[in-house]
Write a protein that binds this ligand. Sequence first.
Ligand code: PLP
Length: 461
Amino acid sequence: MRNSLKIDGQVKTYLHEDELPKAWYNVRADMKKKPAPLLNPGTGKPVTFEDLQPVFCDELIKQELDNDTAYIEIPEDIRTFYKMYRPSPLVRAYFLEQALGTPAHIYYKFEGNNTSGSHKLNSAIAQAYYAKKQGLKGVTTETGAGQWGTALSMSSAFFGLDCQVYMVKVSYEQKPFRREVMRTYGASVTPSPSMTTDIGRKINAEFPGTTGSLGCAISEAVEAAVKQPGYRYVLGSVLNQVLLHQSVIGLETKAALDKIGVKADLIIGCAGGGSNLGGLVSPFIGEKLRGEADYDILAVEPASCPSFTRGKYAYDFCDTGKVCPLAKMYTLGSSFIPSANHAGGLRYHGMSSILSELYDQGLMRATSVEQTKVFEAAKLFAQTEGILPAPESSHAIRATIDEALKCKESGQAKNIVFGLTGTGYFDMVAYQKFNDGEMSDYIPTDEDIAKSLAQLPKVEG
Ligand SMILES: Cc1ncc(COP(=O)(O)O)c(C=O)c1O
């Protein structure tokens, strides 16, 4: 039992529905040095609208290639859907602060308050909207942890689209209930690598018994889209358009902080492909780029898949099957298959080109954390703040706790804001392994990483 709980202010800040952002913010518009363009692997030249048209929806390609428009209006139908679960709350973590005995003020933006259980719905509904507007029959996609697939299933059901999901095999096996949620929303779910695509059969033959990766599942989903008339492929992270849609998180966070008169010192987010972190920090980085304010920004990745902290900034394939365009990003190499750790959504070999460029310019920093330390943090957070966090989100919690403990040492009362991207109700196998003391921390060796980096494509210039 705690001694006494002292709360000297409001715990949750909710914006009014009328304050929901009317436009997404495109941080590329404020970047002097833009993120490197995607390259066509055939020609080695920057991809054009026509190159991408067989794969992606038209409106999304325009957003992908738009480096200049700072604000892009959120269509009314998407804003209406957002109102089902947005604005999401900004919460002061008083109970965690007290448990840590830190002078830091900790805030988190909670994105788990919808059935998909994460921020992924912010982009899924946008992508489904544009697919419907284009008159398509359906969409294909990959999913790692399952949150993105669930979000897209919900969004496809809302707009009456068929939804085909390739789910990384390890998650498919670890999370049978997650796939039932997707099926309940009408999606078909296939474990990847599967035997239903050319690329899946090839990967299965080359790596028998592989547990899969996001890179494999992407290749399969792209192949499925291109082979079926009236279908396009949609991706839940990494791409510029996804960071654009996720900027709704950062815009709301900024508005809520302004409302309570708080200036963030440190902003922390977990980084898989970079969409939640990119969305959360975009408006703040925008201020940094325009010289209006300064913020310390920290990306947190798993030690088992450390693209920022141990990867290379280079052009690479976005997928294992090498069917997608080349992106310049911090990468471990598209052939890198991370160990089967329990944060499925962070098992991607690369990182968003926008965040990679910002990191390269020194506008943000990164750290990596081991999974047992992550689950220790998740457990403390669940016990103090009451929310059972997703393993991915718990990477941000770990780093927040570490930073708050540094404040305890130094006596600094920093304002720390982190992204609580989702809930972990479908991750109970992982929690069970942790509670039973059966969780291990696999960290790739330098040789493992060098081996996959040696296979990076050769790109002129
Ligand atoms: C709850 C949650 N948080 C974070 C992530 C990481 O993705 P991103 O880096 O695109 O935000 C995922 C990906 O599946 C996720 O499910």
